[in-house]
Design a protein around this ligand. Structure first.
Ligand code: PEP
Ligand code: MN
Length: 337
C-alpha cells in the first residue's frame, strides 16, 4: 500500500501517522520525494482500509492499494487449484462438474423424473430451489421444508448430491442433509449469512451478484473462508447491463480473470445468464472453452408448466444433447467429467 503525503507535511503529524501504522504489523518504508514524501507499507495489508487511513490524518494526500484486499481466496498465497469433492462428485482442478435440475422443486414426480434423467446424461449434482427469491411477493416462493424433503427423496433414488439455495440463517437447520448450500445472486453481500456459512463444513455455491464486480464476489468468498470454511465454488450467472434482449449478460471474461486471481473453482450458469433455453447450449460450450470448472443448468420435465423460469429451462432431451457436446469439449480441454 502506498500513502502519498501532502507537500511539506508537519513533522509531528508524520510521526503520529507512522507510529499509528507501526501498530499494524506491516513494514514501513519512508521515502523523501522531490515534491511529495511517500510511505510504503509492505506485508499483509488486507486488514487496512484506504479510506480510514485517508481520513486519519490531514497530511495524507492519497492512499493506493497495490495488492488485493483478499487473502484466503488469493491464488498468490494458494497457487494450487481447489477441488470440491462431495462423495466423489468433484468440481475444480481437472474436474468438470455439472449441476442440473429445475429452478424450483414442485413435486415428487417432477424431482424424481428430472433427477433420473440428468443423472443418465452425466450430471453430478441435482439442483432445485426450495426457497425462491422472487421479484414479486405474489409469485411462487418455493415449497420450503417440503421442497428440501423432496430433494432428499430424489437423492435417495439416484444418489446425486443435492444443491439448494438458502435465503435466511433462520432456516439453517433445514439444510443439515443438503450437500451444497447455494447463496443466490441477491444474497451475495448478505454478510451475516456469509459469516454464518463460514462456520459450516458444507461446500457453498456462491453466485455473483446482479451488479457485483469480480472483486466484490471474491471479497464475499473471503468472508466464508475467513470463517474457516474453505469449500467455496464461485458461479458466474450473468450481470445487469443495458441489454434487454437477454435476461442478463453472461460475463465470460470473468472466468479466466477470476481463475487467475483465485484458486477457487468457478462454474457458469447459462440458464439465468440468458433467460432463453435456446442460448443454453452455445453459452455452455463457451463456458467450457474459457476454462470454467463446471455448469449449472436448469432442467424441467415440462418447461411450459414450470412454476418458475420455464423459458430458460431445458427438457431432459435437450439437456442430454447439450451434455454430449459439453463432454466432448471438456475432453478437448483435458477435463475429467
Ligand atoms: C437460482 O439459481 O435458482 C437463482 C435464483 O439464481 P440467481 O441467484 O443467480 O438469480
Ligand atoms: Mn431459476
Amino acid at each position: 500500500m502506498i500513502i502519498m503525503l501532502k507537500q511539506n507535511p508537519d513533522k509531528q503529524e508524520v510521526e503520529k501517522l507512522t507510529s499509528m501504522l507501526e501498530k499494524e504489523n506491516v513494514t514501513i518504508n519512508y521515502v523523501h520525494g522531490k515534491f511529495n514524501d511517500v510511505i510504503g507499507l509492505v506485508g499483509d495489508t488486507s486488514h487496512l482500509d484506504e479510506n480510514t487511513i485517508l481520513a486519519s490524518s490531514d497530511i495524507v494526500e492519497t492512499v493506493t492499494r497495490v495488492s488485493e484486499p483478499y487473502k484466503a481466496v488469493n491464488r498468490k498465497f494458494h497457487p494450487d487449484d481447489t477441488c470440491i469433492d462431495v462423495n466423489g462428485a468433484k468440481i475444480g482442478g481437472q474436474h468438470f462438474g455439472v449441476i442440473a435440475g429445475p429452478c424450483s422443486v414442485e413435486s415428487e414426480e417432477q424431482m424424481i423424473q428430472v433427477a433420473k434423467a440428468v443423472k443418465d446424461s452425466g450430471a453430478k449434482f441435482l439442483r432445485g430451489g426450495a426457497f425462491k427469491p422472487r421479484t414479486s411477493p405474489y409469485a411462487f416462493q418455493g415449497l420450503h421444508g417440503e421442497g428440501i424433503r423432496l430433494l432428499l427423496e430424489a437423492k435417495k433414488e439416484t444418489g446425486l448430491p443435492i444443491v439448494t439455495e438458502i435465503m435466511s440463517i433462520a432456516h439453517l437447520d433445514l439444510f443439515n442433509d443438503v450437500d451444497v448450500i447455494q447463496v443466490g445472486a441477491r444474497n451475495m453481500q448478505n454478510f451475516d449469512l456469509l459469516k454464518e456459512l463460514g462456520h459450516s463444513n458444507k461446500p457453498i455455491l456462491l453466485k455473483r451478484g446482479l451488479s457485483s464486480t469480480m472483486e466484490e464476489l471474491l471479497m464475499s468468498a473471503e468472508y466464508i473462508l475467513a470463517g474457516g470454511n474453505k469449500k467455496v465454488i464461485l458461479c458466474e450467472r450473468g450481470i445487469r447491463t443495458f441489454e434487454k434482449a437477454t435476461r442478463n449478460t453472461l460475463d465470460l471474461s470473468a472466468i479466466p480473470l477470476l481463475k487467475s486471481k483465485t484458486h477457487l473453482p468457478i462454474i457458469v450458469d447459462p440458464s439465468h445468464a440468458a433467460g432463453i433455453a435456446a442460448l443454453v447450449e452455445p453459452l455452455s460450450k463457451a463456458a467450457v472453452a474459457v476454462g470454467a470448472d463446471g455448469l449449472m443448468i436448469e432442467v424441467h420435465n415440462n418447461p411450459k408448466m414450470a412454476r418458475c423460469d420455464g423459458d430458460q429451462s431445458l427438457t431432459p432431451l435437450q439437456f442430454d444433447s447439450v451434455m454430449q457436446k459439453v463432454k466432448f469439449l471438456a475432453s478437448v480441454e483435458n477435463k475429467i467429467m
